[in-house]
Design a protein around this ligand. Structure first.
Ligand SMILES: Nc1ncnc2c1ncn2[C@@H]1O[C@H](COP(=O)(O)OP(=O)(O)OP(=O)(O)O)[C@@H](O)[C@H]1O
Ligand SMILES: [Mg+2]
Length: 252
């Protein structure tokens, strides 16, 4: 589905991503792990169109999408979760989901003037879809609550709701164990029942082990190895890369 081909990105003299290549298979939950500073977030930024690489290509379903802006990628179904921006806290949970499909027909004045019925139909469709997503995430009881009043874990669920084919950068950070389990379950269900593809950066190895196959290990800007979590755990090069850190313990 998504191919990262020899991507490089430097900041001044520092090479953050060094000819990095990997593939995310359709309908997989792919984990991206590696020590701090390995280049994981940078590669997400490049895939998600937030940063232009110095070299290399990103292909989505065979189309070169390198350097395409985030809103173009969104329409292709690629979205990266971000923490919900402060201004969205003043909107309700439902509104937060309804503003996601940006650049839809209602925003185009000419389109609105020409076919108002169409806009109303589209809004109804977006509302139904949002309610469906909230139901799925078991957030129906807070549908009219301001997003700013949600708990930390509920905010993470809402972020997930805002994502489609999702690049998740540390979705579990700062989430308590109970809600972490719930978040993992939602990702699992979105994958199994609705066939969403995920790529997840996470330092919590239990969460990676539960969800991800394959797991890609990045070290110093490039892929060290890839495999299922048991293979990754058994590879001495991976332990070395974590500088003797114990992979069985979440390195927080
Ligand atoms: N905007 C930037 N300007 C300068 N250096 C940067 C920038 N972004 C990242 N870097 C550097 O690039 C390297 C890779 O950083 P990156 O954030 O991609 O790592 P990471 O794998 O996501 O780490 P972590 O697990 O700690 O989140 C680091 O050395 C970092 O200091
Ligand atoms: Mg990071």
């Amino acid at each position: 589905m998504l191919t990262v081909d020899s991507i490089s990105k430097s900041f001044g003299g520092l090479t953050a991503v060094n000819s990095c290549s990997f593939t995310i298979e359709s309908q997989s939950i792919t984990g991206l792990i590696g020590p701090n500073g390995a280049g994981k977030t940078t590669i997400f930024n490049v895939i998600a169109g937030a940063m232009k690489p110095d070299g290399g290509r990103v292909q989505f379903q065979g189309t070169n999408i390198t350097g395409q802006p985030a809103h173009t990628l969104f329409h292709l179904g690629i979205m990266r979760t971000f923490q919900i921006p402060q201004e969205f806290f003043a909107m309700t949970v439902l509104e937060n989901l309804m503003v996601v499909p940006a650049k839809q027909s209602g925003e185009n004045l000419f389109y609105a003037l020409l076919s108002p019925g169409n806009v109303a139909a589209r809004e109804k469709e977006v509302r139904e879809r949002a309610i469906d997503v909230l139901d799925f995430l078991r957030l129906t009881h807070v549908v009219d609550e301001l997003a700013g009043n949600l708990s930390g874990g509920q905010k993470k669920l809402l972020e997930l709701g805002r994502a489609m084919m999702a690049l998740l950068d540390e979705p579990g950070a700062g989430v308590n164990p109970t809600l972490l389990g719930e978040l993992a379950e939602m990702i699992e269900r979105l994958n199994k029942e609705r066939h969403y593809t995920f790529c997840i950066i996470e330092h919590n190895m239990d969460m990676i082990a539960r969800l991800c196959d394959p797991v890609i290990v990045m070290v110093e800007g490039a892929v060290l190895m890839q495999g299922d979590m048991d293979t990754v755990r058994a590879d001495p090069r991976v332990l070395d890369a974590y500088l003797g850190g114990d992979l069985h313990v979440a390195p927080n």
